[in-house]
Ligand binder design. Structure first.
Ligand code: ADP
Ligand code: MG
Length: 283
């Protein structure tokens, strides 16, 4: 059983190799998530959220950069050690609840199955009933996935993810395609997991109502960290190599090539765009 683990990425880059060309899904992500923290990943479709989550969950290895979970660097672990570490420490809920469930097993049997797999890889596991109760799945524990609503499926997938009591829970759009009450039940269950077990949570969402209930959000834009929200305030984040992505609204008024002055005003830095005169003509 794990308590929440911190996550840290350094210069995370991921390319998908496809026929003829490569797609740069992540172009240098530096992200720190504290042990026991809940972070929402936001951003437009195709910005790299699922790729980042999959890398954190060890589904595949990054093209470049490092990932630390707790005291361990994932890329420094060999295949067998990595599998054992991931089984104990991280659970990834893939987008689409059904992908996380065995269709011919009941919810309870799915949790048992997940526990057995984790136990073989060295995880300590706890009672199945506790896990079902934690996520509010007791009432439909003996149903098979085909008989469940979308919201129940997500809570069943959450129970499976929490079966080995991982230090990190990664959930890809667990509340999308749900009506409001099902969405709130799933989010309540995720937040209860965090509050009761201290599990670190990274959750992808594009729902502003969900984002508002999270203490911290990180927006991914074009494979990079585009900004952060903390308690409703929006911030730009300086990358490890000193770049600062401009907030979208600022970007509109500062076209590419704009020169910026940094001036000190008391204890604060003030950014002053250079006002351009006539472009120098040729000759
Ligand atoms: P998001 O979850 O934010 O929608 P993804 O991480 O799924 O973004 O995708 C990031 C980028 O990588 C997109 O341009 C997407 O088309 C591309 N991509 C994702 N998966 C693959 C893949 N298996 N093969 C090729 N390109 C991919
Ligand atoms: Mg996605």
């Amino acid at each position: 059983m794990s308590t929440g683990r911190a996550i840290r990425t350094l210069g995370l880059v991921h390319l998908y190799r496809t026929e003829g060309y490569d797609v740069a899904a992540l172009s240098g992500v530096d992200l720190v998530v504290g042990a026991g923290e809940v972070v929402g990943l936001l951003g437009p479709s195709g910005s790299g959220k699922s790729t980042l989550l999959a890398l954190l969950g060890g589904l595949f290895r990054p093209s470049a950069g490092k990932i630390f979970v707790g005291d361990h660097e994932l890329s420094a672990l060999g295949p067998a050690a990595l599998d054992a570490f991931l089984a104990r420490e991280t659970s990834l809920m893939l987008q689409g609840a059904q992908r996380n469930l065995v269709p011919y097993l009941s919810v309870r049997e799915n949790v048992v199955f997940a526990q057995e797999a984790a136990r073989r890889l060295g995880a300590d596991v706890v009672g199945v009933g506790d896990t079902l109760a934690l996520v509010g799945a007791t009432g439909f524990a003996d149903e098979r996935p085909a008989h469940l609503s979308q919201g129940q499926l997500q809570r069943a997938a959450l129970a499976v993810a929490m079966a080995p009591r991982p230090g990190v829970l990664l959930a890809d759009e667990p509340t999308s395609a749900l009506d409001r009450s099902a969405r709130d039940q799933v989010l309540d269950a995720v937040l209860r997991v965090n509050a009761e077990l201290g599990t670190t949570v990274v959750l992808v969402t594009h729902d502003p109502d969900v984002a508002r209930r999270l203490p911290r959000t990180v927006t991914i834009r074009d494979g990079r960290i585009g900004g952060e929200g903390r308690s409703g305030e929006e911030y730009a984040v300086v990358t490890a190599d000193g770049f600062v992505p401009l907030p979208a609204a600022v970007r509109e008024s500062l076209p590419p090539g704009t020169l910026l002055h940094f001036e000190q005003d008391g204890g604060r830095w003030v950014v002053v765009p250079e006002v351009r005169g006539e472009e120098p003509g040729p000759g």
